[in-house]
Design a protein. Structure first.
Lengths: 264, 298
């Protein structure tokens, strides 16, 4: 019996996505994915490799938030100038990120919303490294607000990351590296184990039913027949999470920092 | 042996460097987002009449300012971001006004294009871009492997630069540069992809071997890739220049806020560009204040 928060449940679910990945770079962008990768490395998957978020590899994951610049202990070197040659284009990485949109094919968008490419309604970051990440190495996603604005009907406004859409696959291309693993949201955990890699709900967070998830999704979801409850972190996991987030950044991920198990 | 005195003296002023650039040029800018940007040279462009540029950059405030000032005809980019302020507000404004033409690329494809240019190749093959909208939007073509695998690949075209601007930690008069900090990003490849590379530096010396011979391994690209060099301490401000100084969060915030209010670059360009580099630096507390900016924590 633990009194984990929803944020901590999501961190624990994120850590499970990195289980048994081998000696690859675990990249978690944003507090929940990053704490998930750190928790994985510090508990069940010490073989994972991580950076300090800048240029150095660390064997002791770097805590979130303010600290002294030299606090991190450098164990290796992986600057951006080597990143494609060492991590991305060799497939030795698993990234968990938060795009702005995802569609039923697992195609993701971080670039723009609405309008045209020449004249977008809303300009966002740009595709960044998503096209390369998604064709070369495993990827997972975290969405703090499961809604039809994120899980869109049809296709995303601009395809920044490769999915499993046969219509978008240029014949003769090698898509063997496309490997979408997990989607973690405030409601559930999803994998791509459905028909033709369709998204499939594999667990529901406490107090959530499948109909709630489907209603917040712009396309039909598949599901495990008997949906388990998403596992909660135990006291040891919570202690690791607390140590990796000494300033409590995780408490600000969801409004009012709700408990994992809603009050009855 | 004849030594022609002075032929390797590549010193120029910032204004002389900008005078070497011309309207319509393709200009590469080194650094990455809010880091290691040759901002003093960018400000010198902003003080000039230069226009219709094609800018090739891992974009930060360099891209935002040049877009805001109407200097950019076309942008080649993978992202434009100030990190702590994820969406570069002036870039965003220019995009949402439909004001600039773009070639949007993946971060890895981008450096691949610089490498193709550096090696004088028309393109380099890659899987990156397949299965996304990049190829169609960017007019990128495919090639077929001539070997047994027959794989279809994207032909990433060379990103040939007419000129590149890079800010480095040290240089000598001859363009022997030294780059420090945890990461120098793709500065080496900007330098090699460009017909001419102009370098600003925190510290300039006459003969680097007389001053810093032990740091020769920090020469990220050789002096044959350097056309001109100018000493501009704090020349990356408000971006970071490790290990000398971090980025200026307050300056970035003021710059970002100005995109909303008043939202008109002409009304605020004095603050963020200044009539001269000295005047600009004074606005932000001078060299001492810049030297005191902490390195960012990630």
């Amino acid at each position: 019996m633990t009194d984990a928060t929803l944020a901590e449940l999501c961190i624990f679910a994120a850590s499970e996505a990195f289980r048994g990945n081998g000696e690859i770079i675990a990249t978690g962008v944003g507090p929940i994915p990053r704490l998930g990768a750190s928790l994985a490395k510090l508990t069940h998957s010490p073989e994972l490799m991580m950076t300090d978020g800048e240029a150095y590899l660390v064997e002791q994951p770097v805590p979130l938030g303010p600290r002294q610049y030299e606090d991190r202990k450098k164990a290796g070197y992986l600057p951006f100038s080597r990143f494609f040659a060492s991590a991305v284009w060799t497939g030795r990485r698993h990234a968990m990120v938060t795009p702005t949109q995802i569609d039923r094919f697992g195609q993701i968008n971080l670039s723009r919303l609405g309008g045209t490419h020449q004249h977008p309604k809303t300009q966002m970051l740009g595709v960044r490294g998503f096209p390369g990440n998604t064709i070369y190495h495993p990827n997972s996603f975290f969405f703090p607000q499961h809604s039809t604005r994120v899980f869109v009907s049809g296709e995303v406004d601009m395809i920044s990351g490769v999915g499993y859409n046969p219509a978008r696959r240029v014949p003769g291309g090698n898509y063997s590296g496309v490997d979408l693993r997990r989607v973690i949201t405030n409601l559930c955990v999803i994998d791509f184990g459905g028909t033709d890699h369709a998204m499939r709900v594999i667990s529901l967070h406490p107090g959530v039913n499948f109909e709630m998830v489907q209603a917040a999704t712009g396309f039909a979801l598949e599901r495990l027949e008997n949906l388990p409850e998403t596992a909660l972190p135990d006291a040891d996991d919570l202690a690791v999470i607390a140590a990796m987030d000494p300033h409590g950044v995780r408490a600000g991920v969801f409004k009012d920092n709700p408990p994992a198990r809603p009050a009855a | 042996m004849t030594v022609t005195k002075g032929t390797l003296d590549k010193r120029m002023s910032a204004a002389e460097i900008v005078a070497q650039l011309s309207d319509g040029m393709t200009l590469g800018i080194g650094g990455w987002g809010p880091r290691r940007k040759p901002m003093a040279l960018v400000r010198e462009i902003l003080r000039s009449d230069l226009k219709d540029l094609t800018v090739v950059a891992y974009g930060g405030a360099d891209v935002g300012m040049l877009c805001a000032a109407g200097k950019v005809r076309k942008l080649v980019f993978a992202f434009v971001s100030l990190d702590a302020i994820p969406l570069e507000p002036w870039f965003r404004k220019a995009r949402e006004a439909g004001a600039i033409e773009v070639l949007e690329l993946d971060e890895g494809m981008f450096q691949w294009g610089l490498k193709a240019a550096a090696f004088g190749l028309p393109f380099l093959p890659t899987r990156v871009g397949l299965g996304t909208d990049l190829a169609e939007l960017g007019g990128l073509r495919t090639v077929t492997s001539p070997y047994a695998d027959g794989e279809t690949l994207i032909a990433m075209p060379a990103l040939k630069l007419d000129a590149a601007l890079i800010h480095v930690n040290r240089s000598d008069w001859r363009g022997n540069v030294q780059l420090f900090g945890a990461d120098t990003y793709y500065d080496e490849w900007f330098a090699k992809a460009a017909a001419k590379t102009y370098v600003s530096c925190e510290e300039l010396v006459d003969r680097i071997e007389d001053h810093y011979p032990d740091d020769a391994q920090a020469q990220a690209f050789e002096r044959c890739f350097v056309t001109g060099v100018v000493e501009i301490p704090c020349g990356a401000h408000p971006s970071s220049m490790p290990p000398a100084y971090g980025w200026d969060s307050k300056a970035f915030k003021a710059y970002a806020d100005a995109a909303r209010d008043p939202g008109d670059w002409n009304a605020v360009s004095d603050r963020f560009v200044g009539a001269s580099e000295a005047a600009y630096l004074e606005t932000f507390g001078g060299k001492e204040a810049v030297a005191a900016l902490p390195l960012p924590i990630f």
